[in-house]
Write a protein that binds this ligand. Structure first.
Ligand code: NDP
Length: 327
């Protein structure tokens, strides 16, 4: 019999990191199609900052977080294919900043041998994001060029590695020389210090004035306009986040005047909504971790109670790679 209570982070009102408060909550009971997970490692993602601030809406009180790895504790009615004790991970947990969390069985994956729970929590969400961006949003081909903003961040380091593996010449942007070093280690041909240099000028220079095939932009407000200018005619901008803030309303005629450009605003959910697509992306990402093809950086590990500090550091551009919480 489980202790009926668990520790979890709860948000009662949107605001700064201080609204992330440690609470004692009842362990949730798995409903039909759900699985109760004993959480061992929690993935921290930028999206939780948008929810904490109220940029994205959730009804309070709520426990933030969607990514974690752990072991199956209990199956809800009708669930098959999993058994208590299985090592599993998901990016669709209902409040993963907790000692226990529910996941829809349809969005749960088994962790293969050779991948630890920490590694799974460190790679699943950002890795599947990099995977859909590189393989589906703009299927990269050998010989192409790409610009990846925030190249030393969680998604940035993984996306760079995947693109380079596909034979793409990758340029990144980063805010510090230390981050530039990490980005180059991940395979970037050039890491542009966008805090000191004009990245548009640099990309034009590096491509002989031509521009790149695709820009992966998760920074948003401060980079969007110039990201478009970095594309060659008919190039594609994948705007997949807004770490610097949301992009203001945009006049579509600019897509024509800047060279018949394409823009998409993708979301992971639409790329893993079927079991087949989830298993393809998770299988590739976890498989590449197991065989060493994908290198992870997950040196930022905080206690669950320090979730506020973890988000402060992520928002303050102090981190590189993945941030984990441990319950
Ligand atoms: P990161 O580790 O990449 O952290 C964000 C990075 O953005 C910072 O480290 C920083 O890098 C850069 N940045 C630039 N300007 C700012 C600013 N004003 N404030 C804060 N950071 C800034 O986070 P994640 O890997 O978790 O996520 C990266 C992005 O991808 C986020 O925008 C997130 O929302 C998005 N995302 C989107 C998904 C989707 O499916 N649409 C799924 C997963 C993530 P530097 O210091 O080098 O500038």
């Amino acid at each position: 019999m489980l202790n009926p209570d668990m520790k979890a982070i709860q948000i009662h009102e949107t605001g700064g990191p201080e609204v992330l408060q440690l609470a004692e909550l009842p362990i949730p009971q798995p409903g039909p199609g759900q699985v109760l997970i004993r959480v061992e490692a929690i993935g921290v993602n930028f999206v939780e900052i948008y929810f904490r601030k109220g940029t994205y809406k959730a009804a309070p009180p709520f426990t933030p977080g969607s990514e974690a790895a752990g072991t199956v504790e209990e199956l809800g009615p009708g669930v098959t294919g999993f058994a208590p004790g299985d090592a599993v991970a998901s990016t669709s947990m209902l409040g993963s900043y907790a000692e226990y969390a529910l996941a829809p069985a349809a969005q749960l994956v088994k962790i293969p041998d050779g991948v630890s729970l920490e590694q799974a929590a460190a790679v699943l969400l950002q890795g599947m994001t990099a995977h859909y961006l590189a393989y589906s949003t703009y299927p990269l081909k050998a010989g192409e060029t790409a610009l990846v903003h925030a190249g030393a961040g969680g998604v940035g380091l993984l996306l760079t590695q995947m693109a380079v593996r596909l034979g793409v010449r990758v340029f990144t942007t980063v805010s510090t020389p230390a981050k530039a070093e990490l980005s180059r280690e991940a395979g970037a041909a050039e890491a542009i210090l966008y805090t000191e240099q004009d990245f548009e000028t640099e990309v034009k220079r590096l491509t002989g004035g031509k521009g790149v095939d695709v820009v992966y932009d998760s920074v948003g407000k401060t980079t969007f306009e110039k990201s478009l200018n970095c594309l060659h005619p008919r190039g594609l901008l994948a705007l997949f986040g807004g770490a610097s803030g949301p992009v203001p309303p945009f006049d579509l005629i600019q897509l024509s005047s800047k060279g018949s450009l394409y823009i998409t605003r993708p979301s992971l959910w639409h790329y893993i909504s079927t079991r087949a697509e989830l298993e393809w992306r998770a299988g590739d990402v976890l498989g590449w971790v197991a065989n060493g093809e994908l290198k992870l950086r997950a040196e930022h590990v905080y206690a669950l109670a320090d979730a506020a500090q973890a988000q402060t550091d992520l928002e303050g551009r102090k981190t590189t790679g993945k941030i984990l919480l441990e319950p």
